[in-house]
Design a protein around this ligand. Structure first.
Ligand code: DAH
Length: 341
């Protein structure tokens, strides 16, 4: 039995000496020191020995077991230390290595133009105000001097809601809302969504954005000349210093006299090109001196105040600024389009 035990010890120490990995050490631990190890097997025969031999063999086997276990522990520690000594190479981090760039989003082209419009008007002392998109008939139409059955209502194809309200057809409704709560003098612009019940094509959308402007002061203090210079400053701010504007007489129920205003084409500088359809001018919006009926509808005394108003589409400005030829691109959510801005 002694020989058997010594033989096991010799073999165990040899094999432990050769083991190179944790897994190998673990397997040897099972083989030589576990409950089903060879040593345990040998000790099964202990009961057949004399008490003296039993003591002797018992001591020898315990001692052997201790030696084997301590060798296993030593080997395990050695392997661990070796691994740790290489860890700096294996898990090396180069803190100077440039990081991966995460793609940054950016503002939608319409929002960019919207902010540009706001910045220009703010620099001229305008207050930016907002109001509701679903309007009642009074603020969208009646207060804007478009009573029921007025032919001018046909100028704007309208979505009617069951409760008699409308998704506003223009931002002019904000004029009425603002004047109900504020007394002149003031100068405001209001930007936002408007809705028209019309078929969509390259230049028409049923949902688009407008900017409305309104300046009101005591009678005699606001003139068409003021209007012209403010619109002109705005266009220069957006399209460049050399931009010229012109007013053409036109009709809108909420102004008298009314105009449409054009800017000189920023592409051909008035020479005539594809963008301006060879005319040298680009039609941008409507304007005029506020009709006194609008003032009386919000409770102002007739002839006490004078003012002018203007309105234009934001998509149209963005299309001209960036040379975009289809209005539908703005809401199509196509990244190939959006990433260009
Ligand atoms: N509300 C008009 C439209 O949607 C635009 C407009 C024209 C606004 C003339 C004005 C104006 O304030 O004076 O077509």
């Amino acid at each position: 039995m002694k020989n058997k035990i010594n033989e096991i010890k010799k073999r165990a120490l040899e094999e432990i000496g050769k083991a190179k990995t944790f897994e190998a050490v673990e397997a040897l631990r099972v083989k030589y020191s576990g409950r089903k190890s060879e040593l345990t097997n040998v000790l099964r025969g202990l009961k057949d020995l004399s008490p003296k031999e039993r003591k002797e063999i018992g001591e020898l086997s315990n001692h052997t077991k201790q030696i084997i276990e301590s060798e296993l522990d030593k080997k395990e520690l050695k392997i661990k230390n070796e691994e740790l000594s290489h860890i700096d190479k294996k898990e090396k981090i180069d803190v100077t290595y440039p990081g991966k760039k995460t793609a940054k989003g950016h503002l939608h082209p319409l929002t960019q133009v919207r902010y540009a419009i706001e910045a220009i008007f703010k620099s001229m002392g305008f207050l930016v105000v907002e109001d509701r998109e679903v309007e009642d008939e009074f603020h969208n139409f009646d207060a804007m001097n478009m009573p029921r059955n007025h032919p001018a209502r046909d100028m704007q194809d309208t979505f009617w809601l069951k409760n008699g309200c409308v998704p506003r057809t223009h931002t002019s409704s904000v004029q009425a809302r603002f004047m109900e709560k504020n007394k002149p003098p003031f100068r405001i612009i209001s930007l936002g969504r408007v809705y028209r019940n019309e078929n969509t094509d390259a230049t028409h959308e049923s949902n688009f954005h407008q900017t409305e402007g309104l300046i009101v002061d005591k009678s005699g203090k606001v003139t068409v000349a003021n209007a012209k210079s403010i619109i002109s400053e705005f266009m220069k701010g957006l399209f460049g210093e050399s931009t010229k504007i012109r007013l053409r007489p036109s009709y809108f129920p909420f102004v008298e006299p009314g105009f449409e205003f054009d800017a000189s084409c920023p592409y051909c500088k008035g020479e005539g090109c594809r963008i301006c359809k060879k005319t040298g001018w680009i039609e941008l919006g409507g304007a005029g001196m506020v009709n006194q009926n609008v003032f009386t509808s919000v409770g102002f005394n007739e002839d006490k105040y004078e003012g002018f108003a203007f309105g234009f589409g934001i998509e149209r400005l963005a299309m001209i600024k960036y040379g975009i030829d289809d209005i539908r691109l703005f809401h199509a959510g196509d990244l190939r389009f959006l990433q260009q801005f």
